[in-house]
Design a binder for this molecule. Structure first.
Ligand SMILES: Nc1ncnc2c1ncn2[C@@H]1O[C@H](COP(=O)(O)OP(=O)(O)O)[C@@H](O)[C@H]1O
Ligand SMILES: [Mg+2]
Length: 413
């Protein structure tokens, strides 16, 4: 078992976490209480500021675990540092200095990570090596990696883009981009990063994301380069913006990687995501627009870890994160054809209608007229985006993939 870790958030030493028999105890700092006040959900929907230490050790463990990669990626990253993959604090002691959102985890008593971060320039060959290493071993390896932690199953590395080129991040410096390796050429889903770049391009045109993404080649390796929406560049320096995903917000442990899919269960669900938004003072129309887009592009992977919530440094209103990790699956021949989150109790993506989407939104409390407007506007905007988009920018996306999206849009129109 490792020792305790300090949790830094928006420049404040917000809390300390330490192992406990049944989970992990979290102690809020006086500074966090002063800055955000009792009950603020600046860190998480699940873990309001001021909750007494040791009150919900399982919740704390599950939330922190949600920062780590899943499945084989986690166990091989653990093996690389001879850590028990279930020892969440030990994993985060190594990989927790740059995570999704604004949390920075350091050993208890270590200096403010804002003062210790550094960048190490890397060239295309090194990036290619990091990505292939990530594929073979899950993580990037001690020597090579940025030592960052991101959820998901795809081999990835997080890097900082500087005026001088790419750099790996160390000691608490923030990364600015996520690079995900292409699936192998022999794979039925070899175009996954290509359709991700195209789906993000469509989502941008529909107003569902701010994320810029493109497929690039590093030496002999292809990867998608995704700009992080949880980083803001301000006059040369990079600031983190906090986010958590839906599984974290609901306290769902994704130690079982299937648990982030609904498949008829009560949780996760769109309704629960809608509640996080309304509890945080936001409207749910953007979520219904995203759900509609998910159906239109045939994204069967829109599970609880592919929906997130953003909170600014005042901890006030929550906002649905820009769309990310969206891609087209229906043309591949190996798609389950099932939505990750049910819509009006249904999940066969080919059967979902405008009325189902409207009914889903109405079930969260949206007035029917507003729900219908959100759905139909998204269908129309996606239809227009399909006309406007420059397909030659996405040469890796097959005609079959575009056709699937087009026919889905026509059906919903
Ligand atoms: N553009 C982005 N900006 C900020 N965070 C992101 C972005 N894209 C992904 N993430 C975070 O990184 C995690 C892993 O990325 P993702 O693209 O979902 O990988 P995978 O394909 O392995 O699921 C996500 O769960 C999310 O927390
Ligand atoms: Mg993902």
């Amino acid at each position: 078992m490792t020792g305790a870790l300090d949790v830094w958030l928006y420049g404040t030493l917000a809390a300390t976490v330490r192992p406990e028999r049944s989970g992990i105890a979290l102690r809020w700092s006086d500074e966090a209480l002063r800055r955000w006040g009792n009950g603020s959900r600046v860190l998480s929907h699940l873990l309001p500021v001021g909750t007494p230490e040791g009150r919900q050790p399982t919740r704390v463990r599950v939330w922190l675990e949600g920062l780590l990669p899943e499945g084989r990626a986690r166990s091989t990253m653990a093996a690389e540092h001879r850590i028990d993959p279930d020892d969440t604090l030990a994993m985060l002691a190594v990989y927790g200095k740059d995570t999704a959102g604004a949390v920075v985890l350091v050993d208890e008593g270590a200096p403010d990570p804002a003062t210790t971060g550094r960048l190490e320039p890397v060239d295309a060959d090194e990036i290619a090596a990091m990505l292939t290493h990530a594929a073979r071993h899950g993580g990037g390896g001690e020597r090579l990696d940025s030592l960052t932690s991101l959820a998901g199953l795809e081999p990835k590395v997080a890097l900082a883009k500087t005026p001088g080129g790419w750099a790996r991040v160390r000691g608490g410096a923030p990364s600015t981009h996520i690079l995900k390796l292409s699936r192998p050429d022999r794979s039925a889903t070899r175009d996954l990063i290509d359709t991700e770049a195209a789906a993000l391009d469509l989502a941008r045109r529909v107003g569902l994301t701010s994320v810029q993404a493109r497929v690039e080649r590093f030496a002999d390796v292809r990867a998608i380069v995704v700009e992080r929406y949880d980083r803001v560049t301000d006059g040369g320096s990079v600031r983190r913006v906090h986010q958590e995903d839906l599984a974290q917000a609901l306290g769902l442990s994704t130690a079982d990687p299937d648990r982030k899919f609904q498949r008829g269960r009560a949780l996760p669900s769109y309704a629960a995501a809608a509640r996080v938004l309304t509890d945080g003072g936001s409207t749910t129309d953007p979520l219904l627009r995203l759900a509609t887009f998910t159906v239109l592009v045939g994204n069967t992977d829109a599970h609880a870890k592919n929906h997130s919530f953003v909170r600014q440094d005042d901890g006030a209103r929550v906002r649905l994160a820009p769309a990310y990790d969206v891609s087209m699956h229906e043309h591949t021949g190996v798609s389950s054809g099932l939505l990750a989150l049910d819509v009006a109790g249904r999940r066969a993506i080919a059967d979902i209608t405008v009325d189902d989407l409207v009914a889903e939104g109405v079930s969260w409390g949206l007035p029917p007229v507003r729900a219908r407007r959100a759905v139909t506007q998204t269908v129309e905007a996606t239809s227009a985006a399909l006309v406007d988009i420059d397909r030659s920018v996405h040469p890796g996306v097959s005609a079959a993939a575009w056709d699937h999206v087009e026919s889905r849009v026509q059906r919903l129109r």
